[in-house]
Design a protein around this ligand. Sequence first.
Ligand SMILES: *Cc1c(COP(=O)(O)O)cnc(C)c1O
Length: 222
Amino acid sequence: MTENASSRLADIRAEITTACKIARRKPEDVTLIAISKTHPADAITSLIEAGQRVFGENRVQEAQVKWPDLIERHGDIALHLVGQLQSNKAEDAVALFDSIHSLDRSSLVKALAKAMDKQDKRPDLFVQVNIGSEPQKGGCAIADLPGLLDEARRAELPVIGLMCVPPADIEPAPFFALLAKLADDHDLPGRSMGMSGDYATATKLGATHLRVGSALFGAREG
Ligand SMILES: *Cc1c(COP(=O)(O)O)cnc(C)c1O
């Protein structure tokens, strides 16, 4: 188990380094987030012991059950929220996470601003963009992005970048390139893009945050 975790981690880090070389980027400008949703504390511990310090979850409640103990035991872990966030969970999310990748609507700007002021804690934020204009997907419409970013700026939210999940089963590169262009247009340094199947492509196209689950942990059961 532990050996598996560390060899998977080493393989993925090596691929990221290769992609960075091709794109003339520095590997230290790319953060690998290990998406640990559905995986138990044991599997997570193996990865922590292999040197991984940045993790992501997609549900606030699951993270609240799993992470306080792990953080107490291992300390110095950065936790990212990568799943859709309900406004009534904003306070819990601000309390637990160091970064939130799913700001996608006005009501959440207000809820996050309120929670941050109340707790005097300001996690980094990414605005999630519905990059393939898919009706069933989360994220703000590309046309609504300027307005939402304006609103977030007025609320003094610490937005550092954009995030996307491209449509499944088609070549993701054009969507990564579009997200990078949108981030450039708005002077945002962060690009949260690339998952298990396409993190090398995303790295070549400028990803600063890769969200990798199954390639690190093995397939999820649920
Ligand atoms: C689960 C998830 C990932 C990781 O997916 P894998 O294909 O397992 O790497 C990345 N981003 C989001 C938003 C997710 O929900």
